[in-house]
Design a protein around this ligand. Structure first.
Ligand SMILES: [Mg+2]
Length: 244
């Protein structure tokens, strides 16, 4: 089967099938050597009001215009990249304030501790790539006692959706990208990063938002799609060789 999803997960079709072909051609499952997670909305329950943050940074009019021009989502970091320094500083301060408020209410995603424990028991490495800042990852590590290494934050340039952070992790681990899966809740950041790096990708879509027809023709589609982290381990067991 080119695309396997767990029982309750909905099928998600691939535009290109390099991974699936590789998986089915030999009849031998790919050995999985590492899992790289997104943080916000994947390992943690989303608590940042992103639309409010974008409006605060960009202003109502520009936010509406940019949103209309980018139906797959606003990339606020990219929008402010070319701004003059004083304006950019103010924007970063605004973003930091929203992120700080989010940290106060931070909660771990259901299924995350169990999934991490299962990966650990198979000696499968766990890494993290986030567009959030390092201090947020430090708080996450401290508060929940689960550590990801390496954990690359937006201080690492270029950040997602560029494949660079994922390729960097693979090289630190000494593994090939096609032995790694990227798991995240963003099609435009996590799946795009993973696919461009040559890794497998799993989209966490809790609300079914990506079933909407507007996502039918996106450039980068995930290999797997789940509605909760609790489904991930069985997807991995079915599709990969998890032996230590
Ligand atoms: Mg996310």
């Amino acid at each position: 089967m080119p695309l396997l999803v767990s029982g309750s997960a909905k099928a998600f079709f691939l535009s290109a099938l390099p991974h699936s072909k590789r998986m089915s051609n030999s009849g031998v499952k790919t050995r999985l050597r590492g899992v790289v997670f997104d943080m916000d909305g994947t390992l943690t329950i989303p608590v940042i009001d992103f639309p409010a943050m974008y409006r605060a940074v960009l202003g109502d009019d520009d936010y509406r215009r940019i949103k209309a021009e980018n139906p797959y989502g606003v990339d606020v970091l990219r929008e402010i990249e070319a701004w003059p320094p004083h304006k950019q500083r103010k924007a970063y301060d605004t973003i930091a304030e929203y992120e700080r408020q989010g940290l106060e209410r931070l909660q771990i995603m259901p299924g995350a501790p169990e999934l991490c424990a299962a990966l650990d028991s198979n000696k499968i490495r766990r890494g993290l790539i986030t567009r959030n800042v390092k201090s947020a990852v430090d708080i996450f590590h401290e508060r929940f006692g689960i550590t990801f290494s390496p954990a690359l934050t937006r201080e690492f340039r270029p950040y997602k959706p560029d494949p660079a952070p994922l390729l960097h992790i693979c090289s630190l681990w000494g593994v090939q990208p096609n032995e790694v899966i990227m798991i995240g809740d963003s099609l435009k950041d996590d799946v795009a990063c993973g696919r461009q790096a040559g890794a497998f990708t799993c989209l966490l879509d809790q609300t079914g938002i990506y079933d909407s027809p507007q996502y039918a023709d996106v450039e980068f589609k995930p290999d797997f799609k789940v509605t909760s982290l609790a489904e991930v381990y069985s997807v991995l067991k079915v599709n990969f060789d998890l032996s230590p």
